[in-house]
Design a protein around this ligand. Structure first.
Ligand code: KIV
Ligand code: NA
Length: 267
């Protein structure tokens, strides 16, 4: 299986083959996801929630994203590694955005960056793409705007709101993005945008007709159970498995059942 590039993703859309994307934040899980055939590994700023225990993604820093991207890049042989640009690292100016995108690529070894926003981000996307860094867009529910939106709620409901998301999607494509994440929108709007765009759409809570799907690793594995959004499917109960193993180890230490002679060095 050959290395996944942005061109490879365009070809998958053309051939009608779905794109599988998953978040990753460290070497070990990046390796497993890569071996499982994921086309794209997203170092999401969701790292702030599932790794750091923050309430939202706003406090995540560029240095943190660089650190996690380095680890994921080491674990990925085939998958395209995309790094999220954190809040306030791309909103001030296209120049600042380009410099920070450059750090994610140069220091973090990302192969592309993702940033949130539609028409308002067109000049920024264009500046980064012009410098040779592929950009993935992200419209619909954009978690970095949680305070402006007033919570994590579905976007693009009703004709006018749907039209606004569609126009954002077209603006991101016209600015030169190679793919677009659609988050938290009605399935019918996900289908409409996917049909109208020539670049691949990757959905999370955007219905079955997107060109690909993305999930947060911890949600898929059942590692993060503080709340489970409707769009998540749990493929395992890894949290339970881990806690059971931890309990067994803890009690075997207490009861002196661990270590056994075979776990000990002879003199
Ligand atoms: O940060 C993240 O994990 C994301 C995906 C949910 C698209 O942006
Ligand atoms: Na994100």
């Amino acid at each position: 299986l050959s290395k996944i590039t942005t061109t490879a993703l365009a070809n998958l859309k053309a051939e009608g083959e779905k794109i599988a994307m998953l978040t990753a934040y460290d070497y070990t899980f990046a390796r497993l996801a890569d071996q499982a055939g994921m086309e794209v590994l997203l170092v999401g700023d969701s790292v702030g929630m599932v790794f750091s225990g923050l309430e939202n993604t706003l406090p995540v820093t560029l240095d943190q994203m660089i650190y996690h991207t380095q680890a994921v890049a080491r674990g990925s042989k085939r998958a395209l590694v995309v790094a999220d640009m954190p809040f306030m690292t791309y909103q001030v100016s296209p120049q600042q955005a380009l410099q920070n995108a450059g750090r994610l690529v140069q220091e973090g070894r990302a192969e592309a960056v993702k940033l949130e926003g539609g028409a308002a981000m067109a000049a920024t996307i264009s500046a980064i793409v012009t410098a040779g860094i592929p950009v993935m867009g992200h419209v619909g529910l954009t978690p970095q705007s949680v305070h402006a939106i007033g919570g994590f709620r579905v976007q693009g409901k009703g004709h006018d709101a749907a039209q606004a998301v569609l126009e954002d999607a077209l603006a991101v494509q016209d600015a030169g993005a190679f793919a677009l994440v659609l988050e938290g929108i009605p399935a019918s709007l996900g289908q409409q945008i996917t049909q109208q765009l020539t670049i691949p759409t990757i959905g999370i809570g955007a219905g079955a007709d997107c060109d690909g799907q993305v999930l947060v690793m911890h949600d898929l594995l059942g590692l993060f159970d503080e709340f489970t959004p409707k769009f998540v499917k749990r493929y395992a109960s890894v949290g339970e498995t881990v806690e059971k193993a931890f309990r067994e180890y803890q009690s075997e230490v207490k009861s002196s059942c661990f270590p056994q002679p075979q776990n000990c060095f002879k003199g």
